[in-house]
Design a protein around this ligand. Structure first.
Ligand SMILES: Cc1ncc(COP(=O)(O)O)c(C=O)c1O
Length: 371
């Protein structure tokens, strides 16, 4: 059976720079040689930290020191570490957007966190509702341990929070003395629009811990991400790290390759993914334009498709499964598990023909799933 894979947030497979990394490995591995027998320590390989500090400095226009970066085994390790470091007991509260990354929801719930979701609009988390909620939680003696937010190319909705709103969210976090954890793992997958500064940049890193990844600009298989934070908070986070650090082998190869070619590579993958996004837009217009609406992401890997309220989501999943269409169901991203009539389509991985055909097949399934 043919498969149309809009499931996970992955970049384009053909863009993976096999030859570039082979050559980088030939140069990078001998440089370390026998020192591979050493444990990397909790911040990891300096070479890749320097390259990632340069990445952040260039995008954000501020100086970032490699000393403030700790490499992680994917950004997911940093996401998990936040709860391990800042949540003290089961039932402690963490605030997120009401719709947020399913991996974070799953990990935090398993760690005993009580998630409180703040509704979003097309500009992301609503600050008025955030303030109301923080105030209420404090009055109940349940001050949130942190606010976890996806402000740029939000997963799953694709929204970008404008500057004014970021400042307002930061004001609230600072006023009520609640840490902000910013997950910016899609930050460089940009097609259109002005860059909006990260919370970390706006705050100077005083009250913000920043998470980023190489999964979305290179590949999830390299398992490299990082945490960027100022010393007191970095120390608190790393106190909970027990894994001896992440792979120096992976870090030195990627560091060697990206030292010269990171922005060329990122530019290339953004052009490829933008073409896929445009193809997805056209296909949706053609096959679902009369009954569905969707977000218009200017970056990231996801489109949020709003289906008619009459859609039977279980039936849709069954029909799509039978036809080989893979997508992520909306309720997996809802902190309270509400069965929203939405699905997330990830457009980085499938080819252009797969997108065209896949949307046509998906549209038949959606029509077949109307009550
Ligand atoms: C918002 C967000 N954070 C973190 C991750 C984890 O990514 P990784 O551990 O591969 O860096 C993902 C993956 O999809 C994500 O969407």
């Amino acid at each position: 059976m043919k498969r149309y894979d809009f499931g996970a947030g992955r970049p384009d497979p053909a863009s993976f720079p096999v030859q570039g990394l082979v050559e980088a490995a030939i140069h990078a591995i001998p440089k370390i040689g026998g020192d591979f027998v050493l444990y990397p320590g909790d911040k990891g390989h300096l070479g890749l930290r320097e390259v990632m500090a340069a990445r952040e400095s260039k995008r954000e226009g501020v100086g970032v020191s490699p000393d403030d970066i700790a490499l992680m085994t994917g950004s997911m390790q940093a996401v998990t570490l936040m709860a391990e470091a800042f949540v003290e007991k089961p039932g402690d509260v963490v605030i997120t957007e009401e719709l947020t990354y399913s991996g974070t929801i799953g990990a935090y719930k398993k760690l005993g966190v009580e998630l409180v979701g703040i509704p979003l609009d097309e500009d992301g988390m609503r600050p008025d509702l955030l303030e109301e909620t923080v105030r209420r939680l404090i009055s109940e003696g349940r001050k949130p341990k942190f606010i976890y937010t996806l402000a740029t190319y939000q997963n799953p909705t694709g929204s970008v929070m404008p500057l004014d709103r970021r400042k307002e969210i930061l004001r609230i976090a600072n006023h009520y003395d609640v840490i902000l954890v910013e997950d910016n793992c899609y930050g460089d997958v940009r097609f259109e629009g002005e860059h909006v500064p990260a919370f970390y940049t706006l705050d100077g890193g005083e009250n913000v811990l920043y998470i980023c990844s190489l999964s979305k600009v290179l590949a999830p298989g390299v398992r490299l991400g990082y945490l960027l934070a100022k010393p007191p908070m970095m120390r608190r986070a790393l106190d909970r790290r027990y894994d001896g650090g992440n792979s120096v082998l992976a870090a030195c190869i990627v560091g060697e390759y990206f030292r010269e070619s990171m922005w060329d590579h990122i530019g290339k993958i953004c052009r490829i993914i933008q073409e896929k996004r445009d193809t997805l837009f056209h296909s949706l217009e053609k096959h679902l334009g009369d009954i569905a609406t969707w977000s218009h992401p200017v970056g990231g890997l996801f489109l949020w498709l709003k289906l008619p309220e009459t859609t039977d989501m279980d039936r849709l999943q069954k029909l799509a499964g039978e036809k080989g269409v893979v997508y992520a169901r909306g309720k997996g991203f809802h902190v309270y598990g509400e069965d929203v009539k939405c699905i997330r389509l990830a457009f980085g991985y499938p080819g252009l023909d797969e997108i065209r055909e896949g949307v046509e097949v998906l549209a038949q399934c959606v029509r077949g799933a109307q009550a």
